[in-house]
Ligand binder design. Structure first.
Ligand code: FMN
Length: 210
């Protein structure tokens, strides 16, 4: 291997292309929130991960918008109103999820823009995406901010207080990945399907020492 090495103290775009080109594939949180005037907001975020099973905590990162230097509507809404829903994106929903990443003016409803159906949640004010087969109702827990310059991220964590799952993707009490058909985000305009998996048994210490 002949390695090339890069410092990370330059422009946002120089770092960004390596972040999105290395951390692969990235799951997508399709986050719905409520705007100040009560209208809906919806946007995808692939800087997203699981943090804790009990309490059930997830985290995602809306960055400061690189084009305007402004905080994204999703982050503003969560910090102000504390409620959000993480909806999951499937192969069938990928195009609509992509459409909801458009920079609409604050207060413009991405559900309408993408032709999606908002439905009431049980425990939070933010709406769920009816078309999504897995929906997590979340209450804001905490956040960490890494600056206010364009491209600076912020970790927002939320406690998942209610889960909704379409029973057609369940095998008993487990989600079947082949039926779920989630998609992930790659570098540039790349997206991932999860239709190629392989299995390995996790070995216990005693088996390794034999
Ligand atoms: C699949 C996908 C994943 C994205 N992931 C992120 C992300 O992790 N963080 C981020 O700041 N923006 C991400 N974006 C861009 C936001 O969705 C976009 O900036 C959107 O306009 C934010 O909407 P809001 O202002 O309503 O919150 C992503 C876009 C797409 C299409």
């Amino acid at each position: 291997m002949k390695m090339q090495s890069f410092n990370t103290d330059g422009e946002f775009s120089a770092n960004y292309k390596f972040v999105i080109g290395s951390i692969l594939p990235r799951p997508i949180a399709w986050v719905s929130t409520i705007n100040e005037d009560g209208s809906n907001n919806l946007a995808p975020f692939s800087f997203f991960t699981a943090v804790s099973a009990k309490p059930m905590i997830i985290a995602f990162s809306p960055m400061i918008r690189s084009s305007t230097g402004e905080i994204k509507d999703t982050a503003k809404n969560i910090l102000e109103r504390k409620h959000f829903v993480v909806n999951f994106v499937t192969e069938d929903l990928a195009e609509k999820a992509n459409a909801t990443s458009s920079e609409l003016a604050y207060g413009e409803d991405e559900f309408i823009h993408a032709g999606l159906t908002p439905i009431d949640s049980d425990s939070v004010k933010a709406k769920r995406v009816k078309e999504s087969p897995v929906q997590f109702e979340c209450i804001y827990r905490d956040h960490l901010s890494y600056g206010d310059q364009p491209g600076a991220g912020m970790i927002i964590t939320g406690e998942v207080v209610k889960i909704h799952i379409d029973e057609s993707i369940l095998d008993g009490d487990k989600i079947n990945t082949q039926k779920f058909k989630p998609v992930g985000r790659g570098a540039g305009n790349d997206w991932f399907k999860c239709d190629s998996t392989f299995q390995m048994e996790r070995l216990m210490k005693a088996q390794i020492q034999k």
